[in-house]
Every structure is written in structure tokens, then in C-alpha cells.
Write a protein that binds this ligand. Structure first.
Ligand SMILES: *Cc1c(COP(=O)(O)O)cnc(C)c1O
Length: 388
């Protein structure tokens, strides 16, 4: 009986031979700037907890209070009896914060993206995606049955050419901030192009929400684009907001259609009510503590200046994601291991997460880092990333 065993074994062997085998670190502490791994404290430079909220005492306390009141499990999907007061209040707060008529919670960003794309699109439509879009957007586009077309990264001219030649309903999909490069989509230009070609624009703001815009409302707020310019807005709650889950924000029509038809929304258990309550507290901190965004911005400047002076291969990013382009997967992995042995946690990101020959160290900064910690990282990088 040849079959699955042989196939699975071959898949693993292929990863191993290519030097792309992945392993998981096991944390023995809360998420934060200092994390404990194998009994040892490391300085963390690879979390998406950009504002340092994942273990914030106020958010933990709100979570505990809500768990005492609502219990842990939500018990059912939203349409049966799993939709609780904190879920509802959070949806209203997210709609208000993003300046949209409605918002709808999903259990994860992956589910929100594949859910909205497979619900809005159907056969005969065309979906246009930036080639560096997050895997969940690419998967959603592929699963939808629409004609799937990629365009070169941030190339609105190439996109416009494809749109002018296209028939049928058209949806353009981009990351607001690209997860592995850290650069931003030209949202104002994209909204213009979409307007001219009667296409809808969808933005995945997983890495902009909470961080960008004066109030932290994200990339679309920074570009002053409302629901007309960006009819489909998605953001996650597990990154800057420090909790878990995701949401889609848009018109009454879009959200009601998702509630009625989105299989990823309907056929899954609602996130724990306490997570929704904790997220309301996170949202309050995002609004109240603008210093988190300004401190993060200062750290980003400090890191880029220092890295430039050291001749490190920084990329064109203004965001908290500051990758160093290494190229070789093996070398990126070795540098990451060397850094870990010195107590610095920096992820090596390798294909297929990024294109071939563009392995990188994906450094992320957080409002919880100090200037001294950023300087320590720069010093370690100067020692580890130079020479081979
Ligand atoms: C993390 C991420 C997602 C997935 O969100 P989860 O809540 O982790 O499933 C989607 N899009 C982008 C751009 C992301 O970075």
C-alpha cells in the first residue's frame, strides 16, 4: 500500500533537503519584549504585538472580569447562541472607530479573508491581487472561483492596464502594510484606479490597524478613505490590538450578506466573549495612549538610521516591520540562530513565505522596546550579520 505515508514523508524530506524545514519555539512566558525560551530570557524582535498590548494589565484584568461573568467558551456559532453582549459591543466600537456603518467579527484573519472573498466573488468575476499579498488573501481569491489575476507589487499602472481589459465584476485586493516587506500600498492611487474602472477595493490592514493614522484607525484612515473608497476593510485583532480574532468593516449591505452567506462566519464557534471584552479594553488603550504610536515611530527612525550607518541591508519600509534582506535561506537561518544564541529573537523568513532568493530577517519593533534595546539589537546585528 503505497500512498499517504510515502507522500507525507517525501513532503518532509523535500523541506529538509531545501534547508527550509521549520520548527517551533516554545515560549514559557507571556508575549512581550522579553520572552522566556528553554529557561532563558530573550529580547523579542519578531512579535506582531506592535503596541505592546498582548499582556497589558488592564487588558488582562478586563479579560478576567469578563471570563468570570461570561465563562470561557462561547458555546456556539454567532447565528445559534454564541453571539454575546461583548461581541456585539465590540462590533459597534470597531465600526465607529473605522468610520464604517457596520463591522463583523471573525475568529481569525485567515477566516475573515477567505470568508469575505468566497462570499463576495463568484465564477465570471475577476479578482486582482498584489503579488505580495498575504497567503490568506491569495487563498481566498483562489478558492472563490473568480478569475484570479496577480499584478506586480504596488504597480498601479500595470493594474490599471489589466482592469481596462477586464470584463465582469472586478475586485482589487491589497495589504495596507505588506507583512513581509513592511512597505505600504498606495491606497489613494488604488482607490482612484478602482473608481475609474468601477472596481471594488479591499484592504487587509492586519499590520496598519492600531498603528497608523492619527488615532490608530489604520491605513485607510491615514489615506482618508471611507467606505466609498474602500468598500471592504479587514483587520486583525491579534497584532497591534494584542488579543485575537479579526473583523470585516463595510456597508450595511456587505455585513448583512456576510451574516447570511459567509460559511466561515456561520459554521464556526464564536471567539470567547472574554476575548471580545479584552479587545474593547485594547481599543480604549489605542485611543487613549497615542504615545505608543509616537514612541514606536521614533524607534523605527532610530533603527533605520543605525542600520543604514552599519551598512545593513534594510528595505524600503516605514512601518514597524523592518526586514533585512539576506537572500540565501541558509544564511538567514544561520544569522537568526547566532542571534538567538546571544539572546535576540529575530525570525528568519524563508520561501515559500517570501519569493525565492529573498530570505530575510524579519525584525519587528514594538512600543514596548526601549531605545537601548534597539541599540543592543543593532550592535548584535553588526556582529552577526556581517561576514559569513
Ligand atoms: C496575520 C495576518 C492575517 C491572518 O490573521 P490571523 O488572525 O492571524 O489569522 C491576514 N492578513 C495579514 C496581512 C496578516 O499579517
Amino acid at each position: 500500500m503505497e500512498g499517504f505515508e510515502a507522500r507525507l514523508g517525501a513532503a518532509l524530506e523535500e523541506r529538509r533537503v531545501a534547508g527550509l524545514y521549520r520548527r517551533r519555539l516554545t515560549l514559557e512566558s507571556s508575549q512581550g519584549v522579553v520572552v522566556r525560551i528553554a529557561g532563558r530570557d530573550c529580547l523579542n524582535f519578531c512579535s506582531n504585538d506592535y503596541l505592546g498590548l498582548a499582556a497589558h494589565p488592564r487588558i488582562v484584568a478586563r479579560f478576567q472580569q469578563a471570563a468570570a461573568h461570561y465563562g470561557v467558551g462561547s458555546g456556539a456559532s454567532h447565528l445559534v447562541c454564541g453571539h454575546s453582549a461583548p461581541h456585539h459591543e465590540l462590533e459597534e466600537a470597531l465600526a465607529e472607530f473605522t468610520g464604517r456603518p457596520r463591522a463583523l467579527l471573525y475568529s481569525s484573519g485567515y477566516m475573515a479573508n477567505t470568508g469575505v472573498l468566497t462570499s463576495v466573488l463568484r465564477k465570471g468575476d475577476q479578482v486582482f491581487e498584489d503579488r505580495l499579498n498575504h497567503a490568506s488573501l491569495l487563498d481566498g481569491g483562489l478558492f472563490s472561483g473568480a478569475r484570479f489575476r496577480r499584478f506586480p507589487h504596488n504597480d498601479t499602472i500595470a493594474l490599471e492596464k489589466k482592469l481596462s481589459a477586464a470584463e465582469g465584476a472586478k475586485l482589487v485586493v491589497v495589504d495596507g502594510v505588506f507583512s513581509m516587506d513592511g512597505d505600504s500600498a498606495p491606497l489613494a492611487d488604488l482607490a482612484d484606479v478602482c473608481h475609474r474602472h468601477e472596481a471594488w477595493l479591499m484592504v487587509d490592514d492586519a499590520h496598519g490597524f492600531g498603528v497608523l493614522g492619527d488615532r490608530g484607525a489604520g491605513s485607510t484612515a491615514a489615506a482618508a478613505l471611507g467606505v466609498q473608497g474602500v468598500p471592504v476593510l479587514m483587520a486583525t485583532l491579534g497584532k497591534a490590538l494584542g488579543t485575537a480574532g479579526a473583523f470585516i468593516a463595510g456597508s450595511e449591505l456587505l455585513i448583512e450578506m456576510l451574516i447570511q452567506h459567509s460559511r466561515n462566519y456561520i459554521y464556526t464557534t464564536a471567539i470567547p466573549p472574554a476575548v471580545a471584552a479584552a479587545t474593547l479594553e485594547a481599543l480604549a488603550l489605542v485611543r487613549e495612549e497615542a504615545w505608543r504610536r509616537s514612541h514606536l515611530a521614533a524607534l523605527i527612525q532610530r533603527f533605520r538610521l543605525g542600520a543604514e550607518q552599519l551598512g545593513l541591508p534594510i528595505m524600503a519600509s516605514d512601518s514597524a516591520i523592518q526586514p533585512l534582506l539576506i537572500g540565501s535561506s541558509q544564511r538567514a537561518f544561520e544569522i537568526s540562530e547566532r542571534l538567538l544564541s546571544q539572546g535576540f529573537l529575530v525570525a528568519a523568513i524563508r520561501p515559500p513565505t517570501v519569493p525565492a532568493n529573498t530570505a530575510r530577517l524579519r525584525i519587528t519593533l514594538s512600543a514596548s522596546h526601549t531605545e537601548t534595546q534597539v541599540d543592543q539589537l543593532l550592535e548584535a546585528l553588526a556582529n552577526s550579520a556581517s561576514g559569513s
